[in-house]
Design a protein around this ligand. Structure first.
Ligand code: AIR
Length: 199
Protein backbone atom coordinates (compact mmCIF):
# COMPACT_ATOMS: atom_id res chain seq x y z
CA UNK A 1 0.00 0.00 0.00
CA UNK A 2 1.32 3.46 -0.91
CA UNK A 3 -0.20 6.57 0.67
CA UNK A 4 0.97 10.06 -0.23
CA UNK A 5 0.07 13.30 1.52
CA UNK A 6 1.82 16.68 1.67
CA UNK A 7 4.39 15.64 4.26
CA UNK A 8 4.22 11.91 4.71
CA UNK A 9 4.54 8.94 2.48
CA UNK A 10 3.63 5.69 4.17
CA UNK A 11 4.43 2.44 2.47
CA UNK A 12 3.36 -0.92 3.76
CA UNK A 13 4.11 -4.15 2.00
CA UNK A 14 2.91 -7.12 4.04
CA UNK A 15 0.04 -9.45 3.22
CA UNK A 16 -3.19 -7.91 4.51
CA UNK A 17 -3.97 -10.84 6.78
CA UNK A 18 -0.76 -10.20 8.72
CA UNK A 19 -1.59 -6.54 9.38
CA UNK A 20 -3.02 -4.78 12.38
CA UNK A 21 -3.63 -1.18 13.42
CA UNK A 22 -3.53 2.13 11.60
CA UNK A 23 -1.17 5.07 11.76
CA UNK A 24 -2.19 8.38 13.43
CA UNK A 25 -3.52 9.69 10.13
CA UNK A 26 -5.40 6.45 9.49
CA UNK A 27 -3.21 6.02 6.44
CA UNK A 28 -1.67 2.59 6.69
CA UNK A 29 -1.06 -0.39 8.89
CA UNK A 30 2.41 -0.29 10.33
CA UNK A 31 3.18 -3.56 12.08
CA UNK A 32 3.03 -7.09 10.85
CA UNK A 33 0.81 -9.48 12.80
CA UNK A 34 3.91 -11.39 13.90
CA UNK A 35 5.01 -8.33 15.87
CA UNK A 36 7.95 -7.61 13.57
CA UNK A 37 9.37 -4.14 14.10
CA UNK A 38 9.04 -1.63 11.27
CA UNK A 39 11.95 0.00 9.49
CA UNK A 40 11.73 3.78 9.40
CA UNK A 41 13.16 5.35 6.26
CA UNK A 42 13.79 9.08 6.12
CA UNK A 43 15.25 10.99 3.17
CA UNK A 44 16.38 14.60 3.11
CA UNK A 45 14.62 15.36 -0.16
CA UNK A 46 12.42 13.54 -2.61
CA UNK A 47 15.36 13.86 -5.01
CA UNK A 48 16.90 11.02 -2.94
CA UNK A 49 14.05 8.69 -3.88
CA UNK A 50 15.98 6.57 -6.44
CA UNK A 51 18.42 5.58 -3.67
CA UNK A 52 15.59 4.86 -1.25
CA UNK A 53 13.84 2.72 -3.85
CA UNK A 54 16.81 0.33 -3.75
CA UNK A 55 16.15 -0.09 -0.02
CA UNK A 56 12.39 -0.48 -0.24
CA UNK A 57 12.75 -3.08 -3.00
CA UNK A 58 14.86 -5.24 -0.68
CA UNK A 59 12.53 -4.80 2.28
CA UNK A 60 9.53 -5.66 0.14
CA UNK A 61 11.21 -8.86 -1.05
CA UNK A 62 11.95 -9.81 2.56
CA UNK A 63 8.42 -8.98 3.73
CA UNK A 64 9.58 -6.39 6.25
CA UNK A 65 7.16 -3.54 7.07
CA UNK A 66 8.51 -0.06 6.52
CA UNK A 67 7.44 3.56 6.52
CA UNK A 68 9.01 6.29 4.40
CA UNK A 69 9.21 10.04 5.10
CA UNK A 70 10.80 13.14 3.60
CA UNK A 71 12.30 15.16 6.47
CA UNK A 72 15.36 17.35 6.25
CA UNK A 73 17.78 18.02 9.11
CA UNK A 74 17.97 21.60 7.88
CA UNK A 75 14.66 22.37 6.17
CA UNK A 76 12.35 20.56 8.62
CA UNK A 77 14.49 20.06 11.74
CA UNK A 78 11.50 19.86 14.09
CA UNK A 79 9.80 17.06 12.15
CA UNK A 80 13.07 15.14 11.84
CA UNK A 81 13.69 15.44 15.57
CA UNK A 82 10.10 14.49 16.51
CA UNK A 83 10.23 11.44 14.25
CA UNK A 84 13.40 10.25 15.99
CA UNK A 85 12.10 11.01 19.49
CA UNK A 86 8.89 9.00 18.87
CA UNK A 87 10.38 6.22 16.76
CA UNK A 88 10.81 3.56 19.44
CA UNK A 89 7.31 4.05 20.81
CA UNK A 90 5.93 4.02 17.27
CA UNK A 91 7.19 0.46 16.74
CA UNK A 92 10.33 1.04 14.70
CA UNK A 93 13.31 -1.26 15.18
CA UNK A 94 15.84 0.41 12.90
CA UNK A 95 15.96 3.77 11.11
CA UNK A 96 17.53 4.33 7.71
CA UNK A 97 18.35 7.96 6.90
CA UNK A 98 19.51 9.12 3.47
CA UNK A 99 20.77 12.56 2.47
CA UNK A 100 23.18 14.21 0.09
CA UNK A 101 25.56 17.18 0.25
CA UNK A 102 25.75 18.47 3.88
CA UNK A 103 24.20 15.18 4.93
CA UNK A 104 23.44 15.67 8.61
CA UNK A 105 20.11 13.83 8.64
CA UNK A 106 21.32 10.45 9.91
CA UNK A 107 23.35 12.14 12.62
CA UNK A 108 20.48 14.39 13.65
CA UNK A 109 18.16 11.37 13.87
CA UNK A 110 20.76 9.37 15.82
CA UNK A 111 21.13 12.26 18.26
CA UNK A 112 17.48 11.81 19.26
CA UNK A 113 17.08 8.03 19.51
CA UNK A 114 19.02 5.00 20.71
CA UNK A 115 17.52 2.84 17.96
CA UNK A 116 20.18 1.75 15.47
CA UNK A 117 20.51 4.33 12.69
CA UNK A 118 21.87 3.43 9.26
CA UNK A 119 23.05 6.36 7.14
CA UNK A 120 23.04 6.41 3.36
CA UNK A 121 25.16 9.17 1.84
CA UNK A 122 23.59 10.22 -1.47
CA UNK A 123 25.60 11.35 -4.46
CA UNK A 124 25.20 15.07 -5.14
CA UNK A 125 26.39 17.46 -7.84
CA UNK A 126 29.93 17.80 -6.43
CA UNK A 127 32.65 15.40 -5.24
CA UNK A 128 30.66 12.28 -6.29
CA UNK A 129 29.06 12.08 -2.84
CA UNK A 130 32.26 12.27 -0.82
CA UNK A 131 30.81 15.34 0.94
CA UNK A 132 27.75 13.34 2.04
CA UNK A 133 29.83 10.29 2.94
CA UNK A 134 32.01 12.26 5.35
CA UNK A 135 29.06 14.22 6.74
CA UNK A 136 27.26 10.94 7.50
CA UNK A 137 30.10 8.73 8.71
CA UNK A 138 32.21 11.09 10.83
CA UNK A 139 30.03 11.02 13.92
CA UNK A 140 31.30 11.97 17.35
CA UNK A 141 31.84 9.21 19.92
CA UNK A 142 28.56 8.39 21.64
CA UNK A 143 26.23 8.97 18.68
CA UNK A 144 26.92 6.19 16.16
CA UNK A 145 25.60 6.06 12.61
CA UNK A 146 26.27 2.82 10.69
CA UNK A 147 27.12 4.26 7.30
CA UNK A 148 26.84 2.32 4.04
CA UNK A 149 28.39 3.22 0.69
CA UNK A 150 27.38 6.26 -1.34
CA UNK A 151 23.93 5.47 -2.79
CA UNK A 152 24.01 2.14 -0.91
CA UNK A 153 20.28 1.78 -0.49
CA UNK A 154 20.21 -2.00 -0.91
CA UNK A 155 22.89 -2.64 1.70
CA UNK A 156 21.18 -0.25 4.12
CA UNK A 157 18.03 -2.36 3.87
CA UNK A 158 19.93 -5.63 4.20
CA UNK A 159 21.81 -4.38 7.26
CA UNK A 160 18.53 -3.23 8.81
CA UNK A 161 17.08 -6.68 8.09
CA UNK A 162 20.09 -8.36 9.68
CA UNK A 163 19.59 -6.27 12.82
CA UNK A 164 15.95 -7.34 13.05
CA UNK A 165 16.95 -10.95 12.30
CA UNK A 166 18.95 -11.13 15.55
CA UNK A 167 15.60 -11.80 17.24
CA UNK A 168 13.74 -13.31 14.27
CA UNK A 169 14.70 -16.80 13.08
CA UNK A 170 12.29 -16.71 10.15
CA UNK A 171 13.85 -13.52 8.82
CA UNK A 172 17.36 -14.91 9.42
CA UNK A 173 16.43 -17.93 7.28
CA UNK A 174 15.24 -15.62 4.48
CA UNK A 175 18.56 -13.77 4.62
CA UNK A 176 20.49 -17.06 4.48
CA UNK A 177 18.42 -18.07 1.48
CA UNK A 178 19.19 -14.78 -0.28
CA UNK A 179 22.92 -15.18 0.38
CA UNK A 180 22.84 -18.70 -1.08
CA UNK A 181 20.95 -17.49 -4.15
CA UNK A 182 23.38 -14.59 -4.69
CA UNK A 183 26.36 -16.97 -4.34
CA UNK A 184 24.81 -19.39 -6.84
CA UNK A 185 24.46 -16.53 -9.34
CA UNK A 186 28.19 -15.72 -9.00
CA UNK A 187 29.17 -19.38 -9.41
CA UNK A 188 27.03 -19.56 -12.53
CA UNK A 189 29.01 -16.62 -13.93
CA UNK A 190 32.25 -18.36 -12.91
CA UNK A 191 31.21 -21.44 -14.88
CA UNK A 192 30.55 -19.37 -17.99
CA UNK A 193 33.43 -16.91 -17.87
CA UNK A 194 35.92 -18.89 -20.00
CA UNK A 195 33.41 -19.25 -22.83
CA UNK A 196 32.71 -15.51 -22.71
CA UNK A 197 36.42 -14.73 -23.07
CA UNK A 198 36.61 -16.89 -26.18
CA UNK A 199 33.55 -15.44 -27.93
N1 AIR B 1 19.49 17.82 1.99
C1 AIR B 1 18.25 18.27 2.24
N2 AIR B 1 18.25 18.90 3.42
C2 AIR B 1 19.49 18.84 3.92
C3 AIR B 1 20.29 18.17 3.00
N3 AIR B 1 21.57 17.87 3.14
C4 AIR B 1 19.96 17.09 0.82
C5 AIR B 1 18.99 16.09 0.26
C6 AIR B 1 19.43 15.96 -1.17
C7 AIR B 1 20.17 17.26 -1.44
O1 AIR B 1 20.22 17.96 -0.22
O2 AIR B 1 19.05 14.88 0.99
O3 AIR B 1 20.32 14.87 -1.36
C8 AIR B 1 19.51 18.13 -2.49
O4 AIR B 1 18.16 18.35 -2.15
P1 AIR B 1 17.15 19.04 -3.17
O5 AIR B 1 15.81 19.08 -2.47
O6 AIR B 1 17.69 20.39 -3.47
O7 AIR B 1 17.11 18.13 -4.38
Amino acid sequence: MFVFSDKIMVVFKRPAEECSGTDPEGAAVKNGGNGMKKIGIVMGSDSDLPVIKKATDQLTRLGIPFEVHVYSAHRTPVEARDFALNARKAGFGVIIAAAGMAAHLAGAIAANTTLPVIGIPCQGPVMDGLDALLSTVQMPTGIPVATVAVNGGANAALLAAQILAVEDAELAAKLDEKRAKDAAAVLEKDAGIAARLES
